[in-house]
Design a binder for this molecule. Structure first.
Ligand code: PEP
Ligand code: MG
Length: 580
C-alpha cells in the first residue's frame, strides 16, 4: 500500500482499477542513419501506414454503424492523408536529405506543414492542423510500438491515472465508465478539475510523480475530499473507504431534500444560487440540484467537441436546448473563452510563449469579427426560447467592452434587416476576472447590465500564480487580502450603479468562502451543480449580521495565512462541516 497527497479537485470517493493513460505525444527520438538503412526505414514507414490505415478503416466502420456520420467523414480525410503519395514522397526526401530516422523526418515535415497552416488567417484552414496532428501521432505510435487508447472508447469501469489531461480529453472520455481521475499535474481551478466536478467524477490533481509508481490494473482509492490517493490499499483501509463512500452518498441524498427551499439567510436576505455548465447535457444535474438558473455556460466546450468549429445552426440548437430545458429560469451564456488552458487547435492553434496572458477570449473574438458574429447570431436567435443573458469573458477595460458591444449591435442590426426575431433588450454582462477590470469596475458598471466575478482568473492574475501549476498551488490563495479587496471593490462599484453581482469562479462553490462572500454583499453565486446543496445549507443557517461581522474582522488582517486560519476556525465552530 502506498499513499500520495495532491490537490483535492473534485469531491467524492472512487475505488477501482487503474487505467494508466500516458501522454500521447509527438516526441520521437532523432538519430542519423547510414545509406544502407534507407530501405529498412521506408519499410517501417510503410508498415506503420498500413497499420494506421487498418485502425482508421475499422473505426470508420464502427462509427458508420453507430450513425456518427460527421465523425466518420473526418476519418475519410485522415485516410486520404495516409494515402497521399506526395506527402509520403516529402517524408522520404526529408529522411534522405537529412539522413535521419523516419519518425524524425515525418515529424519535421508535419511541423513545417502546421507552421504554414498556422500562418494563415483562415480559421477553417487552421482546423486542418488538428487532423494532421492526429494522423501523424497515429503513425508515430505504430512506428514506436506505442499503444494508443482513446478515452472515448473505454468500455469498462476504470480510474484514469495520467501525467496530465487536457480539458478536451476530459470532455470526450466515456464518463459513465470513468469513476475517478488522478493526475500528476494540475490545480484546483484548472479546467480539467472544473470538468471533473461538473461530471461528478472524484478527482485528485497535482500528485507530481504518481504515474511513475503505478500500473494499469492496480487497485486505487481516489479520495477527492482530502486530495489523497492510495495504491493497492490493505483490507482495513479498503473497508474504511467503502464505509466512507456509503456515508457520502447518504449525506448527498439528504442534502438533495433541500432542493425546493430558497437560499435565504436567517435574517431574510435572499441569495440566488446558480449552476455553471460546460455542455448542454449537464442541465439535468442543474435541475436535480435545485439551481435557480445557469450563471455560466462555458460555450467554448461546444467548440472542443467534435474537433471542428460548430456552425451557427449547431450553436443555435445547443443554446436553444439549454434555454428550453431551463424553462424560463435565467441562463447566462458566456461567449467563446478560448486560450490559456482551453487550447482549441481548430480555432487558435498558434503556439504562444505565454498563453495565459495571450490572445485569449474576447481579444481573439474582437480580432475575428466575422467568426464572433456567428456565435452572436446563434445566441440572439436563441434568445426568444428562454431567459438568456449574454456575457463577455476577459474584458480588461472599457475600450475592449465598447468594441464587443459594437459588434453585438452590428449583429443585431443584421438580424433586424433579415427579419429574424430576437430579444431586443437582452441583458449583457461581463466577467470581472482581470485586475484592471476590477479596478475600473466603476466605469464598466455604467455600460453593462451585470457583472460576474471570475475568481479563477482574477486570483491567477492578481497574485501572478498560474491556476493550473501544482508547484505553486500553495500561493493560489482566495483569501489573499489583495483578492478580497478587489472583490469588495467590484461589488461596491456595481451596487453603487444598481447592478447585481454574481460570482462564477470556483470560490463561489467553496464552503469556507461562502459566508465571507455573503458579508461582502454578493447577490448571486454560480458553481458546479454538486456544490449547490451544501452552500445552500450554510447560507440558510447564517445571518447577514454574522457574515458582515466576519468580513469586518478579516478585512483588517494582514496575511492570507491569518485569514485562512481565522475563517477555518470560525466556520468549523459554527457549522457542522463534514470531513469524511
Ligand atoms: C473564472 O475565471 O473564474 C471563470 C469562471 O472562468 P474560467 O474558469 O472558464 O476561466
Ligand atoms: Mg476565466
Amino acid at each position: 500500500m502506498k499513499e500520495f497527497n495532491g490537490i483535492s479537485a473534485s469531491p467524492g470517493i472512487a475505488i477501482g482499477r487503474v487505467l494508466l493513460y500516458l501522454e500521447d505525444s509527438m516526441a520521437v527520438p532523432k538519430y542519423t542513419i547510414e545509406k544502407i538503412s534507407i530501405e529498412k526505414e521506408i519499410k517501417r514507414y510503410q508498415e506503420a501506414i498500413e497499420k494506421a490505415t487498418a485502425d482508421l478503416t475499422e473505426l470508420k466502420a464502427r462509427l458508420s454503424r453507430e450513425m456518427e456520420e460527421e465523425n466518420s467523414r473526418i476519418l475519410d480525410s485522415h485516410l486520404l492523408m495516409l494515402s497521399d503519395s506526395m506527402f509520403t514522397e516529402q517524408v522520404y526526401q526529408r529522411m534522405k536529405s537529412e539522413m535521419v530516422n523516419i519518425e524524425a523526418a515525418l515529424k519535421s515535415v508535419i511541423e513545417d506543414l502546421i507552421d504554414k497552416l498556422n500562418a494563415s488567417n483562415d480559421v477553417y484552414l487552421k482546423e486542418r492542423s488538428v487532423d494532421i496532428y492526429d494522423v501523424a501521432k497515429r503513425v508515430i505510435n505504430h512506428l514506436m510500438f506505442r499503444e494508443r487508447v482513446s478515452l472515448a472508447d473505454i468500455s469498462s469501469e476504470v480510474i484514469i491515472v495520467s501525467q496530465n489531461l487536457m480539458p478536451s480529453d476530459t470532455l470526450i472520455m466515456n464518463k459513465r465508465m470513468v469513476k475517478g481521475i488522478a493526475l500528476d499535474s494540475g490545480g484546483r481551478t484548472s479546467h480539467t478539475a472544473i470538468l471533473a466536478k461538473s461530471f461528478e467524477i472524484p478527482a485528485v490533481l497535482g500528485l507530481r510523480e504518481l504515474t511513475k509508481h503505478i500500473n494499469t490494473n492496480d487497485l486505487i482509492i481516489v479520495d477527492g475530499h482530502h486530495g489523497k490517493v492510495i495504491i493497492n490499499p490493505d483490507a482495513e483501509t479498503k473497508n474504511l473507504y467503502d464505509k466512507m463512500l456509503l456515508d457520502y452518498h447518504k449525506r448527498e441524498s439528504e442534502l438533495l431534500n433541500m432542493n425546493k427551499l430558497a437560499a435565504e439567510t436567517r435574517d431574510g436576505k435572499l441569495i440566488k444560487l446558480n449552476a455553471n455548465i460546460e455542455i448542454p447535457e449537464e442541465v439535468d444535474s442543474v435541475l436535480v440540484h435545485g439551481a435557480d438558473g445557469i450563471g455560466l455556460y462555458r460555450s467554448e466546450f461546444l467548440f472542443m467537441q467534435g474537433g471542428s468549429v460548430p456552425a451557427e445552426e449547431e450553436q443555435f440548437e445547443a443554446y436553444k436546448m439549454v434555454l428550453e430545458a431551463m424553462d424560463g429560469k435565467p441562463v447566462t451564456i458566456r461567449t467563446l473563452d478560448v486560450g490559456g488552458d482551453k487550447f482549441i487547435p481548430s480555432i487558435n492553434s498558434l503556439a504562444e510563449n505565454n498563453p495565459l496572458l495571450g490572445w485569449r477570449a474576447i481579444r481573439f473574438c474582437i480580432e475575428h469579427k466575422d467568426f464572433f458574429k456567428i456565435q452572436l447570431r446563434a445566441l440572439l436567435r436563441s434568445s426568444v426560447f428562454g431567459n438568456l443573458k449574454i456575457m463577455f469573458p476577459m474584458i480588461s477595460g472599457v475600450e475592449e467592452l465598447e468594441k464587443a458591444l459594437a459588434i453585438l449591435e452590428e449583429t443585431k442590426e443584421e438580424l433586424r434587416s433579415e427579419n429574424i426575431d430576437f430579444i431586443e433588450k437582452i441583458p449583457v454582462g461581463i466577467m470581472i476576472e482581470v485586475p484592471s477590470a476590477a479596478m475600473t469596475s466603476d466605469i464598466l458598471a455604467k455600460k453593462v447590465d451585470f457583472f460576474s466575478i471570475g475568481t479563477n482568473d482574477l486570483i491567477q492574475y492578481t497574485i501572478a500564480v498560474d491556476r493550473g501549476n501544482e508547484k505553486i498551488a500553495g500561493l493560489y490563495e482566495p483569501f489573499h487580502p489583495g483578492v478580497l479587496r478587489l472583490i469588495r471593490m467590484v461589488i461596491d462599484n456595481a451596487h453603487a450603479q444598481g447592478l447585481s453581482v454574481s460570482m462564477c469562479g470556483e470560490m463561489a462553490g467553496d464552503i469556507y468562502s461562502s459566508v465571507i462572500l455573503l458579508g461582502l454583499g454578493l447577490d448571486v453565486y454560480s458553481m458546479s451543480s454538486i456544490s449547490i446543496p451544501e452552500i445552500k445549507r450554510i447560507i440558510r443557517s447564517v445571518s447577514m449580521t454574522d457574515a458582515e461581522e466576519l468580513v469586518g474582522t478579516i478585512m483588517s488582517m494582514k496575511s492570507f495565512g491569518d485569514i485562512d486560519q481565522y475563517v477555518k476556525n470560525w466556520m468549523e465552530e459554527k457549522f457542522d462541516i463534514i470531513k469524511y
